[in-house]
Design a protein around this ligand. Structure first.
Ligand code: XIL
Length: 313
């Protein structure tokens, strides 16, 4: 069968994978599968603040640079992840006390990183996971220090540093039409009216064998109707381990539903799986007794989910 990326390219769709810079360096087979099957990559951790600036003012972009170089050699698009988030922020950053200090620090971070990677990333997750399930803004360090404006400020700072990159707001639990996606929709509608430079909505889709919401395509469409791009940014489908023939078939069905939803929405630009293979996925670390969440098994053999994506394309 043809590699997945060929079909993606024919459909003008980025078919991406979250990539771990250390694994890419150490595992030749990982690199082969990544280069052959995907036309997009998202740094799994290498563009998070902790990775980029472990000590204030001392930048370490070695992982991100290596991923960008790999992407250049393999004609892949890089999706930047992520500028403002409540996790993986260095400890030292929490020393900022006043709203003014915190805002200056966040502006500096966004300006420095976005201008450094300018031209190498087609899109950024500017704001990641800023809503709670009930639709309120997440009670984060940023919200407490800066108030709700930190989100729109982050978009403006990102635009200043790279006028070309598409600027996304990314979250989980917004796949269906629900309290959280309604709140995001209201927030984005208002922000766009006020000229905040938002270009797209990222749907993470970290999922289980439970069915996807039937409203997923309609939900993406309502955001697209605001003039926005949409993207599936972090999909995986975790399975109780060990996986069985039955659970792998159900998993394939869920991947198919998500890609089919994306394919029905013209504004859906990319479909990214959170991990290249089951051997390196974050799932077994984050969810005990679950795993097998990606398209390739631990031996890099394509799973039924891989075949279902080929068919959905
Ligand atoms: C995860 C990575 O996969 C792990 O390696 C890391 O330890 C924690 O973060 N939502 C996100 C991603 O936006 O950044 C997270 O990635 C998974 C959940």
């Amino acid at each position: 069968i043809a590699p997945l990326r060929l079909l993606g390219e024919q459909r003008e769709l980025v078919i991406g994978a979250a990539v771990n810079a250390n694994t890419l360096r150490s595992d030749p087979e990982y690199a082969i599968v990544l280069g052959r099957e995907f036309n997009g990559i998202t740094p799994e951790n290498a563009m998070k603040w902790t990775a980029l600036e472990p000590v204030p003012g001392e930048f370490d972009r070695s992982g991100a640079d290596a991923l960008i170089e790999f992407a250049r050699q393999h004609d892949q698009q890089v999706y930047g992840h992520t500028l403002v988030w409540h996790r993986q922020v260095p400890r030292w950053a929490h020393d900022a006390v006043t709203a003014h200090q915190t805002g200056a620090m966040l502006r500096e971070h966004i300006h420095a990183q976005v201008s450094y990677f300018r031209g190498d990333v087609w899109a950024w997750d500017v704001a990641n996971e800023v809503f709670d399930d009930d639709g309120s803004l997440r009670d984060s360090f940023w919200l407490r220090r800066m108030g709700p404006e930190y989100i729109e400020d982050s978009f403006r700072w990102a635009r200043e540093a790279d006028p070309e990159a598409a600027l996304f707001i990314n979250d989980f639990g917004i796949e269906g039409i629900n309290a959280k996606s309604d709140a995001l929709y209201a927030w984005v509608t208002d922000a766009l009216e006020r000229g905040v430079p938002i270009d797209g909505i990222g749907f993470q889709v970290h999922w289980t064998l439970a069915p996807l919401p039937g409203s997923f395509a309609d939900n993406m469409t309502r955001f697209a109707d605001l003039g926005l791009d949409v993207a599936i940014t972090e999909m995986d489908v975790r399975i109780p381990t060990p996986a069985t023939e039955q659970s792998l078939a159900e998993q394939a069905e869920i991947f198919d539903q998500a890609l089919t939803a994306c394919r029905t929405v013209a504004a859906c630009r990319s479909f990214t799986v959170w991990g290249v293979s089951d051997a390196h996925s974050w799932v077994p670390h984050a969810y005990p007794e679950q795993g097998s969440a990606t398209l390739f098994d631990g031996g890099y053999r394509p799973k039924p989910a891989y075949q279902s994506l080929v068919e959905a394309l």
